[in-house]
Design a protein around this ligand. Structure first.
Ligand SMILES: [Fe+2]
Ligand SMILES: [Fe+2]
Length: 239
């Protein structure tokens, strides 16, 4: 099913003041996201290539889980603040997947399976003291989720787009090099692609005014910087 037919987001937004400016802004946004893709981070590459010790993957996945328990819950605020029914529906579908209503289990439960496959128990997963960088990334994206619909959307779209191809890379690497079948990454190969595409359409729809684009661009940049720094900080587990 095409994204357009799912969401009918191609309808022009009345607030768009300059189509050319919007186009070049979206190009700039894509390049910020490209520079900060998960697959450019050493911790992600080490796991994908089988160079990361199993203990490092266990610790990394607990950081990721801790981040997600904060960030995912805050993403639901966009539903309450959605300015129209199409956007409400499109973001709601994303959130329905998070909660496990789209034919696979709840995503936080799926994510917690990975450290367990590497020997962690529930107590360890819920009681970890996270890296400050993990809190920085989780609180940054959550700040934008809470600050305004437009900045929250921008932060969410950046977050999902920078992760897209890493889902398959991590799924394949974990299976090939460690014999680990990760249901979380498997579920996200297609889901994150859909979220990224719909998210970019929503971005184009809601970034019509120049003043909004400035604020959304800052949300995207700060989300990318802090998430990338979180993965850089996780390199400590490789040594
Ligand atoms: Fe998810
Ligand atoms: Fe997603």
């Amino acid at each position: 099913m095409s994204v357009g037919s799912q969401s009918n987001l191609e309808v022009a937004h009345p607030l768009i003041d300059d189509t050319d400016a919007l186009g070049s802004w979206l190009t700039e946004i894509r390049s910020i996201i490209n520079e900060n893709r998960w697959t450019t981070s050493e911790i992600i590459r080490a796991i994908a290539e089988g160079r990361a010790p199993r203990e490092a993957i266990k610790r990394w996945s607990m950081e990721y889980h801790h981040y997600s328990t904060i960030a995912t819950a805050n993403a639901f605020l966009l539903l309450a603040n959605a300015p129209d029914r199409q956007t409400y529906w499109a973001w709601g579908r994303n959130m329905a997947g998070e909660l496990g209503y789209l034919g696979e289990p709840e995503h936080l439960t799926l994510l917690a399976e990975l450290p367990k496959q590497l020997g962690a128990d529930d107590e360890q997963i819920t009681s970890i003291v996270p890296l400050p960088a993990t809190l920085g990334a989780a609180f940054t994206v959550s700040y934008y989720f809470r600050r305004s619909f437009e900045e929250g959307l921008a932060a969410g779209v950046a977050s999902e787009n920078m992760a897209v191809e890493a889902m398959e890379v991590l799924y394949t690497g974990l299976r090939r090099h460690y014999g680990i079948e990760s249901r979380f990454f498997k579920a996200h190969i297609a889901a994150e692609q859909e979220h990224a595409e719909i998210g970019l359409q929503l971005l184009g729809k809601h970034a019509g005014a120049a003043a909004l684009r400035d604020r959304m661009g800052r949300a995207i940049l700060n989300t990318c910087l802090t998430k990338r720094h979180m993965w850089s900080a996780c390199e400590i587990f490789l040594t």
